[in-house]
Design a protein. Structure first.
Length: 303
């Protein structure tokens, strides 16, 4: 079973505006409401690919209940912890001549709530996979990722971490199965600029020496690369076209990679399916469907 954790889920309220004005009232051309959060996004794509999984995390208030209702309608299994106070956040996404994102802080998470999450995670067993993705809200300790992995390190659970900076570096000692920085984040870890595949191999190997088994690097318009646990560098391009959405592309890639690997144990196919999922989401208003992913798999650019 694959488990995902989203510490700070959100409702993403997307408003499309022809041109954003600062001296007059703005009126939308259309609006849409989506559930959001990196772990949730991974769960959604995994479910659409037919992989059993469960989304964990914290929700609060009517907004949290609405997220859960939306996920259940999409057949996503959840086991959220309900917070006593506050509301799950609403993030505002304005799409005009350029994109504007306003992300809320989210509710306060108490120590008792953290222990409730630990109790759920204690049920994981050998062969399970745990995905930790995204930043940590200010009401949680900065070492929450470390605490979770330390708690589970001897249980035979595969860890997948999609985080940045010290949040990522501090968990490498627990030998995560896979980490996924983008090329900019990889460069920031070592104060360098990542320009080539050889750069990815050099600095990906440094992360492996620190404990990571597989290093998956998204490269923006240049596609993606994987330095696998055997030291082999795999690469994949991008499908050309007009990008509609950048939210959730990396999460979709993580989900596709895991589905591809656990299905075949083949790193080439895992990277290809991950790339197909990421590309498919980029060409959609929201997370890609199974049909859209399958269509992307047929592209000559992903072979």
């Amino acid at each position: 079973m694959i488990y995902t954790v989203t510490f700070n889920p959100a409702l993403d309220y997307v408003m499309n505006v022809n041109e954003l004005q600062t001296k007059d009232v703005n009126r939308t051309e259309s609006e849409a409401l989506y559930y959001g959060g990196k772990g949730i996004n991974v769960s959604v794509i995994l479910s659409r690919l037919g992989f059993e999984n469960k989304a964990l995390g914290f929700i609060a208030g009517f907004t949290g209940r609405y997220i859960e209702e939306m996920l259940k309608k999409d057949n996503i299994k959840t086991d959220f912890i309900y917070l006593e106070n506050g509301y799950t956040r609403i993030n505002v996404k304005i799409r005009a001549e350029q994109e504007y994102d306003i992300n809320a802080q989210g509710p306060e998470i108490s120590q008792a709530d953290i222990f409730a999450l630990y109790e759920r995670l204690d049920k994981l067993k050998a062969g399970d996979c745990l995905v930790l993705a995204g930043s940590v809200p200010k009401t949680l300790p900065n070492d929450i990722y470390e605490n979770i992995l330390k708690r589970l390190e001897n249980k035979g659970v595969d860890f997948v971490v999609d985080a940045t900076g010290d949040l990522l570096l501090n968990v490498l000692k627990f030998k995560p199965f896979m980490i996924k920085p983008n090329h900019l984040e990889l460069g920031e870890l070592f104060s360098v600029e990542i320009k080539t595949l050889e750069d990815i191999k050099i600095y990906g190997k440094k992360l492996q020496e620190m404990g990571a088994k597989n290093v998956l690097v998204s490269r923006g318009k240049h596609g993606a690369a994987l330095l696998d646990e055997n030291g082999v560098l795999h690469k994949m391009g991008n499908v050309p076209g007009k990008i509609k959405n950048t939210v959730g592309c990396g999460d979709s890639m993580v989900a596709g990679f895991l589905a591809g690997y656990f299905e075949t144990k083949d790193y080439d196919y895992a990277l290809r399916l991950g790339s197909a999922c990421g590309n498919a989401t980029a060409f959609c208003e929201t997370l890609a469907t199974r049909a859209e992913i399958n269509e992307m798999l047929l592209s000559e650019y992903l072979k």
